[in-house]
Design a protein around this ligand. Sequence first.
Ligand code: IPM
Ligand code: MG
Length: 356
Amino acid sequence: MKVYKIACIPGDGIGQEVVPAGEEVLRVLAEVQGSFKFDFETFMWGGDWYRKHGEMMPADGLSHLRDKDAILFGSAGDPHIPDHITLWGLRLKICQGFDQYANVRPTRILPGIDAPLKRCKVEDLDWVIVRENSEGEYAGVGGRVHQGHPIEIATDVSVLTRVGVERVIRYAFKLAQSRPKKHLTVVTKSNAQRHAMVMWDEIALQVSKEFPDVKWDKELVDAMTARMVNRPATLDTVVATNLHGDILTDLAAALAGSLGIAPTGNIDPERRYPSMFEPIHGSAFDIMGKGLANPIGTFWSCVMMLEHLGEAKAAAVLMKAIEKVTANKALHTGDLGGTAMTKDVTRAVCEMIKTK
Ligand code: IPM
Ligand code: MG
């Protein structure tokens, strides 16, 4: 029997509640499917680890993860530790260390979810946003000099490389090609950013020639926000730089009804390293430890993980179970206006898997 080695990193805040819920659901799914099993190993890295050891994860942390088939991640963020430390010390260290250069974020309005766009039909909003995940505005290039003095200088330099742009745009074209609409929107800002974003546009045009069956268009990032709200049905697959993608995917999640639902895959398409799956919501310290977190974002991330592992059938079973559960408003958590607890939603999804 196939055994998948999964690293679980709950991280901070509600990550510690939703990741165990994800594990439970995956265990039940494996039992019911009967053709594979999971071997979970949990790593308690994050804010508490930082308080004890002065780092978010051990220096040799990546070596514990390298031989895993996938990573299930909760969230990183702690009200008492600066955000740039929690982010760079754990999540980005894994994303960049394992060159997970494609951040893939599907968005749909799931059954039973009350989405804010009143004119938007459920089938109008079915997007996958691919966010460049290894460079751009998150390259980490920059510095501060003369700190605290009037002449202080601070820079964050966005870095785009030809290799980095080409590979993520090619990945997005391939993904667009695999979807029924075969349509890709390339998000840009080459009107104002006249070097790197102009290269980005040129590379998009070059790569598009490899995919004659994919229709594609270009949209400036500011106009893109309006298009997502006003003409959602004109979008399908989208590719954007790291920061543009960060912002657009929060908007996408909100338009689909809740940040608590949205999933992410940090993918190494070449499969040299394990890919990492996580809900898009943060650590949500205001509700942590109360059992109120919505685990659906984690479950949907598990669907993406199963697809990545090649378990398409199991992925479809889990997605169906999720949709059956969201359709029932009695099982909505607080972010969706309901009163259900994390454990209610988890139990319901598990039961749905068992009854197929
Ligand atoms: C996300 C998050 C992170 C990001 C934060 C936590 C730094 O917003 O995954 O979208 O900006 O990448
Ligand atoms: Mg974000």
